[in-house]
Design a protein around this ligand. Structure first.
Ligand SMILES: [Fe+2]
Ligand SMILES: [Fe+2]
Length: 182
């Protein structure tokens, strides 16, 4: 049986490394030890381009769509819960971006908005990825029939081909750069 979730678990690894950076940097920010506000805008760019436009789009358009095609209800179901979390994530990210821009423009009170929204996003996504890795993806591997899998792999490849060239490499390099930051 062709695997349709291993590449998604792999993408989660890079997303979790960015979440760890967010957690580390907001903690340092609270102690007055971190003021690289550009990091938060880079994190917003990473989340929007890699986690959301790339990874979440593959889930929403391919994996979750096939689960619904193959018997999972679209409403009041694990798929709906995952889609709601994607939307909540987008709201946190928009608010974190607004907070970072405000701080960069001199409104230091908005450090609290960066903290709350980065914290909210990190907690949400850790829980979300945990549910996907340990519940929804294993379920998908059990229930998706062999005949739909080739077209799923094809659709993943098409999404990768449609993404900007070198997207995964570029964002892995971004994460590495901030991990190396003292
Ligand atoms: Fe997801
Ligand atoms: Fe995911």
């Amino acid at each position: 049986m062709i695997d349709v979730t291993a590449s998604m678990v792999e993408e989660h690894r890079l997303i979790l490394r960015m979440i760890a950076l967010l957690e580390k940097n907001i903690d340092r920010m609270q102690k007055g030890l971190f003021d690289d506000w550009g990091f938060f805008l880079d994190a917003v760019d990473f989340i929007r381009s890699y986690a959301d436009r790339f990874h979440h789009a593959k889930e929403e358009d391919v994996l979750f769509a096939e689960l619904v095609n193959n018997g999972m209800p679209a409403k009041r179901s694990p798929v709906e819960a995952m889609l709601i979390a994607h939307d909540q994530g987008r709201a946190y990210v928009a608010a974190m971006e607004a907070g970072a821009k405000a701080v960069m423009a001199g409104d230091v009170e908005q450090v609290a908005a960066i903290y709350e929204n980065a914290r909210g996003y990190a907690d949400l996504l850790r829980d979300h990825i945990d549910k996907e890795n340990n519940i929804l993806y294993p379920l998908a591997e059990r229930v998706l029939p062999a005949e739909v899998r080739p077209r799923m792999v094809e659709a993943y490849r098409a999404a990768e081909a449609a993404a900007p060239a070198g997207l995964a490499k570029r964002y892995a390099a971004l994460v590495e750069r901030y991990e190396a930051q003292a």
